[in-house]
Design a protein around this ligand. Structure first.
Ligand SMILES: CC(=O)SCCNC(=O)CCNC(=O)[C@H](O)C(C)(C)COP(=O)(O)OP(=O)(O)OC[C@H]1O[C@@H](n2cnc3c(N)ncnc32)[C@H](O)[C@@H]1OP(=O)(O)O
Ligand SMILES: CC(C)C(=O)C(=O)O
Length: 514
């Protein structure tokens, strides 16, 4: 039977201490419910003495949550502890978390207390908290910069006073993983009554080491980790819940313990916290970033298509993504391209067809950062147009358009292998270009419709132009796509002319007709 690692989520308390991340009572309840669905063991809902609003928020979370323990933070002061005790009255299972700083700098400069006085405050606070609940947690704040001997003294005293969880905070993110792990191991070994309490850690990310320090502590006997969704928290944040949980789960061989969390709720929780706080999740964030399970490069995509585990150590579905993603871009290869096309219902007749489409795809990918399904569909439908009786082809297009001047277009087309060039002016670059083409093909058709859709978003998006030509009762639609709207328009017009003339050819075949 594996050891259980308790997950103590402090998104609603330390997470809320991120400048700009404060939450209303109802928002806290919504997040708490999501955490409960994820089977988080302890939810630290706030600091009831901080304000009437936070008192009510903790009270509301305590009333709403049934399966997780609800915790409130309190300084080592009677008034704070009484406030926490009151706020948690309605909880099915409650915990009071009381703390006082133990580092020389905090004791001298902040608290203005002697070490013995700090121990007195701590013991008194734990005893008072025990009047409200058996479940009392004590934290020696700034333990990362505290003397180990003093930590041993104060922790032994608070265990005797009734604390059942001893949380060792690296309050300013100063510790190094090996050193922090050694501290945890030493405390467990040196404190005579340490077996009566669970050791916990609470690491900050000032040097980007919050998760590493937490995991090092787990390796050395800590059995509770305090963490937040998306790593939210004071300054650079706390250890990120999703990273801790998935590291321990993915490397059970290494840690020998696991959490009881339903990790499939992680992504939902992450999105909820991000939307409520307005803190976006960076795309390359482990586990919950948009790119965490996305592959763009051909070699990786090919590997993943052959066997997912070549480049994935977790399954996207196991943390709540619907699936992993193959992102098509300029680094992609044929295997991924063909697979995505098959998913879109496109089968290639043979290797030559695939190569042709793939070549056009790479050309597009060089022009455009993100290739979406719509881009691929446009690519294929264009390929379809070319396969039709396309005896007119666009060779070159030059447009002159400047303020105060009438736009001018020069177009070269190839008609049955013969190049011809024409010029025209127009009301705009598109108008001039279509008139220049018409001056060469002379369909006499009416332009019945012209529409532009940006296939995807962004200024480098592909534009898809549709034109409708009418001539002597015949109607054809043509379309063309390009990152340049004027070129897309010219392609669409020529596509429509090709269709028109192929209809003409079928009805009135005339050799050499343009
Ligand atoms: C590391 C952490 O994350 S700890 C949690 C941090 N979170 C917060 O501070 C958010 C909630 N805080 C608040 O709303 C306010 O700071 C309150 C209501 C708690 C206190 O407000 P105020 O009474 O105006 O005090 P203020 O914040 O200016 O100063 C803190 C006081 O608490 C004392 N104090 C700090 N920590 C503790 C402690 N653990 N136990 C006892 N006293 C403490 C300080 O020495 C200082 O006392 P002083 O005013 O006698 O010098
Ligand atoms: C209250 C304690 C656990 C804390 O938030 C810290 O030390 O960072």
């Amino acid at each position: 039977m594996k050891d259980k690692l308790i997950i103590f989520d402090t998104t609603l308390r330390d997470g809320e201490q991120s400048p700009g991340a404060s939450m209303t009572r109802d928002e806290k309840v919504r997040i708490a419910r999501a955490l409960e669905r994820m089977k988080v063991d302890v939810i630290e809902a706030g600091f009831p003495a901080a304000s009437q609003g936070d008192f009510e928020a903790v009270q509301a979370v305590a009333d709403a949550i049934k399966d997780s323990t609800v915790c409130g933070l309190a300084r080592a002061l009677d008034k704070d502890i009484d406030r926490a005790g009151e706020a948690l009255k309605g909880a099915q299972s409650s915990r009071i978390h009381t703390f006082i700083a133990t580092s020389p700098i905090h004791m001298q400069k902040k608290l203005n207390m002697q070490p013995d006085q700090v121990i007195e405050y701590a013991v008194r606070a734990v005893k008072r908290a025990r009047q409200y609940t058996d479940n009392v947690e004590f934290s020696p704040e700034d333990a990362g910069r505290s003397e180990e001997d003093f930590l041993c003294r104060i922790l032994e005293a608070v265990i005797d006073a009734g604390a059942r969880t001893l949380n060792i905070p690296d309050t300013v993110g100063y510790s190094m993983p090996q050193q922090f792990g050694a501290t945890i191991a030493n405390l467990i070994q040196r404190i005579p009554n340490s077996d009566k309490a669970i050791f916990s850690v609470h690491c900050h990310n000032d040097l980007g080491l919050a998760v590493a320090n937490s995991l090092s502590a787990v390796m050395n006997g800590a059995r509770q980790v305090e963490c937040t969704i998306n790593g939210l928290g004071e300054r650079a944040g706390n250890a990120s819940l999703e990273e801790v949980v998935m590291a321990v789960r993915t490397r059970q061989d290494f840690f020998g313990c696991d959490t009881g969390l339903d990790a499939r709720e992680i992504v939902t929780c992450s999105k909820l916290v991000s939307s409520i706080t307005g803190f976006p999740v960076q795309p390359n964030k482990a586990i919950v970033g948009a790119n965490a399970f996305a592959h763009e490069s051909g070699i990786h995509q090919d590997g993943v298509l052959k066997n997912r585990e070549t480049y994935e150590i977790m399954r996207a579905e196991d943390v709540g993504w619907s699936t992993n993603r193959m992102v098509l871009g300029k680094h992609s290869g044929r295997n991924a391209f063909k697979t995505r096309m098959a998913e879109l219902g496109v089968q290639f007749a043979g290797e030559a067809d695939l190569n042709d489409a793939f070549f056009r795809f790479k050309q597009l990918a060089d022009k455009k950062h993100d290739i979406f399904d719509e881009d691929l569909q446009a690519l294929i439908s264009e390929q379809g147009f070319e396969a039709e009786d396309e005896h007119i082809k666009l060779v070159a297009l030059k447009v002159c358009s400047e303020t105060g001047e009438v736009p001018n277009a020069t177009v070269t087309i190839r008609v049955d292998g013969k190049e011809m060039t024409g010029c025209a002016q127009g009301g705009g670059a598109v108008d001039a270009s279509l008139k220049a083409i018409e001056s060469l093909v002379k369909t006499g058709a009416i332009l019945a419709l012209y529409s532009v859709n940006n296939i995807t978003n962004g200024t480098d998006a592909q534009g898809e132009v549709t034109v409708r030509l009418e001539n002597a009762g015949r109607i054809v639609n043509g379309s063309g796509a390009d990152t340049d709207i004027v070129i897309a328009s010219a392609k669409a017009y020529i596509n429509a002319v090709n269709k028109l003339q192929s209809v003409d050819q079928r009805q009135h075949p005339q050799k050499g007709d343009v």
